[in-house]
Design a protein around this ligand. Sequence first.
Ligand code: ZN
Length: 93
Amino acid sequence: MSNHTRPSTYKKKQRRRPFRRKYCIFCAEKAKGIDYKQLDLIRQFTDDRGKMIPRRKAGTCAKHQRQLALAIKRARFLALLPYDAEHVRIYGR
Ligand SMILES: [Zn+2]
């Protein structure tokens, strides 16, 4: 008498994670290029220390991440964006 029935009350552990579908906002807006003068836009892709937010977090596609990186670097060169936290600390930005 070997009745090996599995208990039917076995529940699969449901792991819910707050997963947000990442998408490239530049593709969504059908932006042709990213301009270094669009500071409000560019600033969204830098953190509070002035660093660029990586693609895996920002969700931008490779094409637009390259354009964004170039725009950020140009903006930094023109002193529109900080290079690193040192500048943020000194100038309060
Ligand atoms: Zn894109």
